[in-house]
Design a protein around this ligand. Structure first.
Ligand SMILES: Cc1cc2nc3c(=O)[nH]c(=O)nc-3n(C[C@H](O)[C@H](O)[C@H](O)COP(=O)(O)OP(=O)(O)OC[C@H]3O[C@@H](n4cnc5c(N)ncnc54)[C@H](O)[C@@H]3O)c2cc1C
Length: 389
């Protein structure tokens, strides 16, 4: 196994559950687990509202959410089923809300209800809208706590986890793979790569397709000051633009009671660009030389500019959030965290929407696992284990 984010850990646990005698080693580049996307997400256990019926995302999110909450219960990991409202604030949103409702119903989102303005304010007293979808089963959790519990399961089942062990090369051989790491080499009969932001580079090591490429898309958040956090009880989302791949800046009350606004979506110059000032020449070169990057920007010039503005101006992001919660003021927020999405992008400028898995001989690569892959991790792990074993 390569990659100690929630997905790599879930796959390792699933394989050991099926094959207790397997000699399983998990290699993680960082000196701690879940160091990247998994610990920098919104922490929402999505109920499956958004995804195209029939897609892997649709199936594995609804299944995964049920499995994940059951897993959290069994391990005593706190989560809060605080629900979600997707709020239409103007008449122009209604047709898109209708389409979203059809999708959510096709996906079997549990407890879904269409509600009007009065019910919106019963659920979220500070929110305003003309109609909304309410998903009462949406929950929040700290995905890295889930990662820690999965790691404990792996070690209890005899697997070994090596931190600070980056894979630097992997050569397919007649009977397996020769893997070079920063701390020595090993042989593996089979290997699953869940490398997140490095997924495309890892796939190329074993002869995988040269596309899609990963582009790092930074999502930054603002945090509502604790004395104003009562403005939001659960999760309040706008109606997303179906042309765009992200859900729009939303308000999320985390399991610890803190409320975040975001995330924004801005292409950055480093795959670990948690600080906007971080530039890595190899990452910048890979993104800038990829024709898909420029085609993407040309397809969405307005949205690209908007996201840059929201990323650098808290005032504008608050203005966006005030469409959902009008009482929110610029003085109510402080700087929040940021995460980097590993988003696969085709040469044609299209963002790969669904989860994408590629098998090359003894190696299986997860090439695209954006949101809701954390929610879906236990279900996606079953699918991957079916493929590799
Ligand atoms: C801002 C943001 C908000 C999000 N919100 C949500 C949400 O609310 N709900 C949801 O379900 N999902 C959400 N997601 C998506 C979710 O976080 C990811 O889909 C999920 O964490 C993917 O898990 P992963 O294990 O594939 O990737 P990661 O957590 O990124 O793990 C990949 C691991 O591979 C390791 N690695 C990379 N290269 C090597 C190498 N050469 N050798 C060894 N190890 C290597 C990395 O160090 C890393 O630990 C969000 C993501 C972001 C960025």
């Amino acid at each position: 196994m390569v990659g100690g984010g929630i997905l790599g850990l879930a796959v390792a646990r699933e394989i050991l559950g099926r094959h207790p005698d397997a000699d399983l080693t998990l290699l993680e580049a960082e000196d701690r687990l879940c160091a990247h996307q998994t610990s920098h997400s919104s922490g929402v256990i999505h109920a499956g509202v958004y995804y195209e019926p029939g897609s892997l995302k649709a199936r594995l999110c609804t299944e995964g959410a049920v499995e994940l909450t059951a897993y959290c219960r069994s391990k005593g990991i706190p989560f809060d089923r605080n629900g979600k409202l997707v709020v239409a604030t103007e008449a122009g949103d209604l047709a898109r809300l209708d389409r979203l409702e059809q999708r959510a119903r096709a996906n079997g989102v549990p407890g879904l209800a269409r509600v009007g303005p009065e019910v919106i304010t019963t659920i979220e007293p500070a929110a305003r809208g003309i109609a909304a979808l309410h998903s009462p089963h949406t929950a929040v959790v700290d995905f890295s706590w889930v990662g820690d519990a999965l790691a404990a399961d792996i070690e209890r089942s005899g697997g070994s986890i090596h931190l600070a062990t980056p894979v630097v090369d992997a050569d397919p051989e007649s009977d397996g793979l020769a893997i070079q790491t920063g701390r020595g080499s090993l042989r593996a009969e089979r290997a699953v790569f869940c490398g997140g932001l490095q997924a495309d580079r890892l796939a190329r090591l074993t002869g995988g397709d040269t596309e899609p490429r990963i582009v790092p898309i930074r999502g930054s958040y603002l945090k509502i000051r604790p004395d104003r956090a009562a403005l939001v009880r659960g999760n309040i989302y706008p109606v997303p633009d179906p042309e765009l791949p992200f859900l729009g800046a939303h308000l999320t009350r985390g399991h610890d009671g803190s409320v975040l606004i975001g995330p924004t979506a801005m292409l950055v110059a480093a795959r670990d660009g948690y600080e906007l000032s971080t530039v890595r020449m190899d990452d910048l070169r890979d993104t800038a030389l990829w024709p898909g990057t420029w085609r993407l920007i040309r397809r969405f010039p307005g949205a690209t500019a908007n996201e840059v503005l929201h990323s650098i101006s808290p005032r504008l992001l608050v203005r966006e959030a005030r469409r959902l919660v009008p009482d929110l003021r610029p003085g109510d927020v402080e700087p929040g965290p940021a995460g980097i999405r590993a988003q696969a992008l085709g040469r044609d400028g299209k963002l790969i929407d669904d989860f994408l898995i590629e098998k090359t001989g003894p190696a299986l690569h997860v090439r695209n696992a954006p949101s809701p892959a954390a929610t879906s991790s236990l279900a996606l792990a079953r699918l991957i284990a079916d493929e590799i074993t």
